[in-house]
Design a protein around this ligand. Structure first.
Ligand SMILES: [Zn+2]
Length: 183
């Protein structure tokens, strides 16, 4: 897939106030940003996301991230109508696909496709590290179970992360071990 001549996509700069909205996962780095519609398509080492803000009659609202696609669960990027790049989850976990109009969708699709193998490796490493932590956690859990049996108050309920399996607080938005979103 060759970009059309004279339309090479240049990286765009994110405004500093938009960085906060990204809420980076520990160890995550932004690889590229492309201007689109009301914001940016952002490619990081772990995910792809749309960063934009709603406009209302009298004011522009805060930056928000929606949708985002974790690169462990992603289809090969597609170009739609020669104008939009689509980055869609491979299997349905309730996330929407990203469809962004960008200046050069073919080179954007190509660049995202090139980033996916690295991202999968990064997620695999996070999962392996999180599983090691899970073993350590299970030992602590056994100690808590013993304490409970002895009449000590119960800890916050936990559910397994759907990606790495590590227990996470039922109220958490994101797995503290690997960074995957809560189910
Ligand atoms: Zn996890």
């Amino acid at each position: 897939m060759e970009p059309p001549p004279g339309q090479a996509t240049r990286p765009d700069q994110l405004p500093p106030e938009a960085w906060r909205a990204i809420d980076p996962i520990a160890g995550e780095v932004v690889r590229r940003c492309w201007r689109t519609g009301r914001g940016f398509l952002v490619l990081t080492t772990l995910r792809c996301l749309l960063l934009w803000r709603r406009r209302e009659l009298l004011r522009t609202k805060e930056w928000e991230v929606s949708p985002e696609v974790m690169l462990y669960n992603v289809q090969p990027p597609r170009v739609l109508f020669g104008r939009f790049v689509e980055i869609a989850p491979a299997y349905d976990e309730g996330e929407a696909a990203i469809r962004a109009g960008v200046q050069d969708p073919y080179s954007v699709a190509e660049e995202v496709a090139e980033a996916i193998p690295d991202a999968r490796r990064a997620w695999d490493q996070r999962r392996a590290a999180a599983q090691a932590e899970f073993e350590a956690h299970r030992k602590r859990h056994d100690a808590i179970a013993a304490a409970l049996a002895a009449g000590v108050p119960a800890p916050v309920p936990r559910v397994p992360c759907r990606y790495c399996g590590n227990p996470m607080p039922i109220t958490a938005r994101r797995c503290p071990s690997c960074g995957a979103p809560a189910g």
